[in-house]
Design a protein around this ligand. Sequence first.
Ligand SMILES: [Zn+2]
Length: 245
Amino acid sequence: MRDGHAHLNEIEEIDQAVERAKAVGIKGILAVGMDIDSNRDTLSLARRFHCFVHPAIGYHPWSITLEGIDENLLFIEDAIRSCVAMGEVGLDYGARVKKKVQQEVFEKLLYIARKHDKPVIIHSRYSHHRTYSMAREAGIERAVFHWYSGPEDVLKELLGSGYFISATPALAYSPPHQEAMRIAPLEQILVETDSPVVYHGKRAEPADLVITLRELARIKNIPPEELARITTDNAESFYRHFAVE
Ligand SMILES: [Zn+2]
């Protein structure tokens, strides 16, 4: 099992959380960043938990400030080589940053990802069609739309382009998220926790991947062990360097 998306830098008592993740059978965590500070922390966690925590760095639409754009892009351009993926990046039209600014930043990030042949971990809220079309126009081949709960027409288009969606513990209660998982073929689904997001009053940690798997197994009507094997294969082919140790 691989947790394909966790904000590990925001987790308190990280050693215990990593131990609990290993205890439930997790063999790797993809840690994501949102800005320079969290990207730095993510890179240092990947060094500390070598071969277990794999780093992705990004610039989240919630983190964009006009003064911060240049240095964030430079940081990513500089450090992306040593990362498994770019993320978390995307568009969020509910965020306070202007849409146009978000799009300019996202376009530059997609250019960097493509140049370095890195898969992109995408956050998209109230912006699904634009996020998808920008990834396509930038020539991105590997993208995962994380926690997909958007419209069905965009979902079908992105699946048709070979992109992935990922499932979170919100599958236990979110009808649009459940519907997306019903539609997507198993080969295009990754599993994750988005830790430390709070789901129904409980703060998630990577060990909660078992909740994601249990809920997805129920929706897809297959045994959780088989689902764990399939989604692990998916993660390894999607991220390429998500090695098992
Ligand atoms: Zn996230």
